[in-house]
Design a protein around this ligand. Structure first.
Ligand SMILES: [Mg+2]
Length: 219
């Protein structure tokens, strides 16, 4: 792990489920609002809207990209609608607040969430000032991780050298391009990880949650 700290000058964090917790109501609520949006926009029943969301997610990576590709939905309108939720109950984490600051170098957020939501959430978590940049879904023309072009856009925009960067994520698929580009990776697998999933070559370091990893590795 000493090696990780000596080689890394840029720390890159996913937002949802990485910088705040999985148990949060936020995911459920955003998901419900996406289904509502699909149902009302396409004038289909809710169960059909749920099925379409799965189809978009598997085909395009996000519900939004599917709606843009198949129905020319305005992305700003969609994102504003689905992320218009109350996040005031999301708690701050003292370990994250204390230990993130001890990571030497630049810190970035690299998220598939929209910028306005990311900024509000970081403020809610009390860590907005910790970051040198927030790369949101708008920044790569709404193409989400794990599309590798999006990683190239991120690295170029912030002048980050992939070989000196470390990426933190809860979705292991999003670490595959990071690994291919030469970044170090830390995967947060949560509580119910399958043993066979702990051996992916693209997940270099692992912990249940960010707070656990910081507690163990950052003095
Ligand atoms: Mg995430």
């Amino acid at each position: 792990m000493t090696d990780l700290f000596s080689r890394t000058d840029s720390w890159v964090f996913d937002l949802d489920n990485t910088l705040y917790d999985a148990e949060s109501h936020v995911f459920v609520e955003v998901g419900n609002r996406m289904t509502d949006f699909v149902a009302s926009h396409l004038k289909v029943p809710h169960d059909e809207a749920g099925r379409l969301r799965k189809h978009y997610y598997h085909t395009y990576g996000t519900t939004l990209r599917g709606l843009m590709s198949e129905h020319e939905v305005d992305p700003a309108h969609f994102l504003q609608h689905v992320h218009d939720i109350d996040i005031s109950v999301v708690p701050q984490c003292d370990i994250v607040k204390e230990k993130l600051l001890r990571l030497q170098g630049r810190r970035f957020v690299f998220t598939n969430a929209p910028r306005a939501f990311a900024e509000l959430m970081l403020a809610q978590l009390g860590i907005r000032d910790y970051f040198d940049g927030v790369f949101a879904i708008e920044d790569a023309a709404y193409w989400p991780k794990p599309k590798i072009d999006t990683y190239h856009v991120f690295l170029k925009k912030h002048g980050v050298d992939a070989k000196r960067a470390c990426m933190f994520e809860d979705l292991e698929v999003n670490l595959r391009p990071a690994h291919e580009l030469g970044m170090s990776t830390v995967w947060f697998h949560g509580k119910n990880v399958k043993p066979e999933d702990l051996n992916h070559p693209h997940t270099h370091h692992k912990a249940e949650r960010l707070a656990d990893w910081l507690q163990e590795n950052v003095r």
